[in-house]
Ligand binder design. Structure first.
Ligand SMILES: NC(=O)C1=CN([C@@H]2O[C@H](COP(=O)(O)OP(=O)(O)OC[C@H]3O[C@@H](n4cnc5c(N)ncnc54)[C@H](O)[C@@H]3O)[C@@H](O)[C@H]2O)C=CC1
Ligand SMILES: NCC(=O)COP(=O)(O)O
Length: 319
């Protein structure tokens, strides 16, 4: 099994955590890095390879080399590199879809840098990879040992959430989550908790009506299809340790409702995984960390967890 790491934003911590994670896991799994070797931390031992399916060097980072431009100043995105950052993701996705690698693990991108530098038309990897994979809908799931979460709406303004939260989007997110947990996480009958949108899950309509008009009808429909659904639950009380025992994943209505609990519980161990793609994709749960880039102090734990998860998913699909 071979997992490719895409370089991510060269001015961030992506190259550093890729090298650290590769060093930690090189005895346990096959990994290649896609990017411009000039963006690796100074002194990194690497070997340029052509074929990710061939033999890989044991003691230097295998690199599918691209030519994107000289390394930027740490912490300052260089717009001239934006097209290269995007190309690395495209290369990883293409290799995965061609079966030349078993999955990709994407280092973080700086979304604004890609928009300003290359007119990137997507708010994140998740939406870009859906387009590359030729699928209309995917699900962003973040997972750590203590919790899995899915935001139904992802990278949109909070003000836009109620209008974008449609029965179709909610139903498809729940179905993809159910199928993804079955396929890749060994859960035959995943228990899915669903958050309300409003405080106290609307308190019988006193604090908002989306629970009554939208969420409950969708849950009733999908229960009839056989999904094990709990909710809609008040989001403020569904994440304490006791509550978490009753479900395998929490599906939330918007980005921060889902990501705040998991990043608070386990920032170092969290993994971002895209469900519903025709290939495996994981990522660390954190961003580019410009404030510590180039200092050599970035923690590779989330990247290590993401690579392990990609490897486990790939192994499960081969059984
Ligand atoms: N998958 C992706 O491509 C993701 C990209 N981002 C992007 O990253 C950029 C910065 O986002 P922020 O909200 O500032 O979050 P961030 O995760 O980059 O940083 C938040 C704080 O956590 C620290 N931190 C993050 N990762 C760390 C690590 N491995 N070791 C030690 N400390 C670490 C940072 O130094 C900073 O103090 C944004 O452009 C955002 O869009 C954010 C999340 C995921
Ligand atoms: N906040 C999570 C995040 O930004 C991850 O986005 P993506 O690049 O994995 O789509």
């Amino acid at each position: 099994m071979t997992i490719a790491i895409t370089c991510g934003e060269p001015a961030g911590i992506g190259p550093e955590i890729a090298v650290k994670a590769w060093a930690a896991l090189r005895d346990k799994m096959r990994m290649v890095w896609i990017g411009d070797p000039r963006h690796l931390p100074i002194g990194t031992s690497y070997t340029v390879i052509d074929d990710p399916r061939g033999s890989l060097p044991a003691d230097s980072l295998p690199v599918l080399a691209q030519d994107y431009g000289p390394a930027p100043t740490p912490g300052i995105a260089d717009p001239r590199l934006a097209a290269g950052v995007i190309h690395a993701i495209e290369t990883g996705a293409a290799l995965a879809m061609a079966g030349q690698i078993d999955g990709i693990c994407t280092a973080p991108i700086h979304k604004a840098a890609l928009v300003h530098g290359a007119g990137f038309a997507y708010p994140g990897h998740t939406e870009f990879l859906a387009a590359l994979g030729g699928v209309d809908r995917v699900v962003m799931m973040l997972a750590c040992d203590a919790l899995r979460v899915v935001p139904v709406t992802i990278h949109i303004a909070v003000a836009d959430v109620p209008a974008r939260l449609t029965p179709d989007l909610l139903a498809e997110t729940l179905r993809l989550t159910h199928a993804g947990l079955q396929r890749d996480f060994g859960l035959n009958a995943p228990r899915i908790a669903v958050a309300g949108l409003n405080p106290h899950a609307g308190e019988d309509g006193l604090m908002g009506r989306e629970e009554i008009t939208l969420i409950r009808p969708v849950l009733d429909q999908l229960r009839a299809e056989g999904l094990d659904l709990i909710g809609p639950l008040p989001a403020d009380t569904m994440f304490h340790a006791g509550a978490r025992q009753h479900y395998d994943v929490a599906v939330c209505m918007y980005h921060d409702q889902a990501l705040i609990p998991i990043k608070t519980l386990d920032f170092a161990g969290g993994v971002n995984v895209t469900l519903g793609l025709p290939f495996i994709r994981t990522s660390p749960d954190h961003g580019t960390a410009f404030d510590i880039a180039g200092k050599g102090i970035a923690d590779p734990a989330s990247m290590i967890a993401a690579l392990r998860m990609a490897g486990q998913m790939a192994a499960a699909r081969k059984v």
